[in-house]
Design a protein around this ligand. Sequence first.
Ligand code: NAD
Length: 465
Amino acid sequence: MQNHEDAPAAAPRTVDVFTTVSRLRAAFDTGRTKPLPWRRGQLEALRKLLEEQAGTFREALRSDLGKGATEAFSTEIGFTLNEIDHTLGHLEQWLRPRRVPVPASLAPARARTVREPLGTVLIISPWNYPLQLALAPLVGALAAGNCAVVKPSELAPATSAALARLLPRYLDPQAVTVVEGGVPETTALLEQRFDHIFYTGNGTVGRIVMAAAARHLTPVTLELGGKSPAVVEPGTDLAAAARRIAWGKFMNAGQTCVAPDYVLAVGEAADEIVPHLASAVRAMYGDDPAASPDYGRIVNDRHFDRLTALLEDGRAVVGGGHDRADRFIAPTVLADVDPDSPVMREEIFGPILPVVRVPDLDAAITFITERDKPLALYAFTASAHTKHRLTTETSSGALAFGVPNAHLAVPGLPFGGVGESGLGRYHGELSVETFSHTKAVLDKPLFPDTLRLAYPPFTRLKERL
Ligand code: NAD
């Protein structure tokens, strides 16, 4: 793996960025992106890119994150292919105008809604799933008929470079551009006027994005993170729950926005689940996870140092080992964690899983609702009553029983946060909605003139009607 942190910061290129965005806006104004065949053609080209260049992207993901080939395919390349296929399968139907009933007082008339593209949009993506999180929003932007600037994360430089090199070769270069770079380039981009900004990353930068968007009254989608709890109740199959939790937590070395951040275990489940988590980790990554081809690495030294400091906030009952030279942190489970310690205050975003004990479900619900609304809430319970209570008494971007992370792979489910975990939602039809304006169209014939009663002067007779 390369160390990406020593790369010199590039100078802002406001003028270049202005030219780039103006060129895309001019292309949009020609109307080239609006016809359905253009949209389908772009999605098919994106599919071809992923199929033909899968090897390049796998290599880039290994270089950036030590991502194994199978995980790179299932969570990035294959995931995006599914999103493309689902969109291609439904796009015509999603773009069909929708009839809306007209009240009798306005009859005769016809009303419908029509989805129209917004124009030129900006997609800013993070480093943890650097391919999926750049391309899945792009699927929506193209399907909706927009031009797009894609700004990949500078912290995943190999994937960023591959996208910059390959996207213009497969997609319409007049309509899609990649701008590489970090804070100076993104800042320069944010000075431009876009018709939508789609940002995935942390809440601090999310606020910068929203403030910049406000200057142009540009709508935003903010796909943010947070601490997603996994509630575990006694009486559930703890071995099975531990396998699912370990799978969701330790994929991509815990650097997954929807990964279970911590286990919120009710009563004795707190102690009982630990040996099952240990067995699950061993079964998935062997006795020496550092040697497993399926276990990733921490993205950079800054995050490595942040995470190893968090290891001090509890007692490692599974894992705990680390190696800075390799940016390796073993899959780790922490017990005896103080709920007010840093590991329980900030999003962990790494392979450290605290287990917090609460006496009962009431305490678990209070624990969740007293904190920021999570991106996802998971629960492992055999009780329908518990499911009902969690559904009605807590708020989160998503709620999943029995499995973490998998709701992303259901294209019909909205994906997005609430409160601190984000604003807006996408995937499937909701991506098209995000990147479209739903226009109201009303068509009323001039004859017969049924509005005569609505015209002044308002005589007593009209008022009575
Ligand atoms: P990151 O550091 O790669 O930043 C994301 C993007 O913001 C990058 O393109 C970066 O260039 C840009 N950026 C960074 N600083 C900026 C600044 N000052 N001004 C303008 N742009 C700036 O990624 P990250 O934020 O570390 O990503 C991790 C976070 O993202 C976690 O909180 C995680 O939960 C969240 N996340 C959310 C989702 C989701 O879909 N909801 C997915 C992945 C990650």
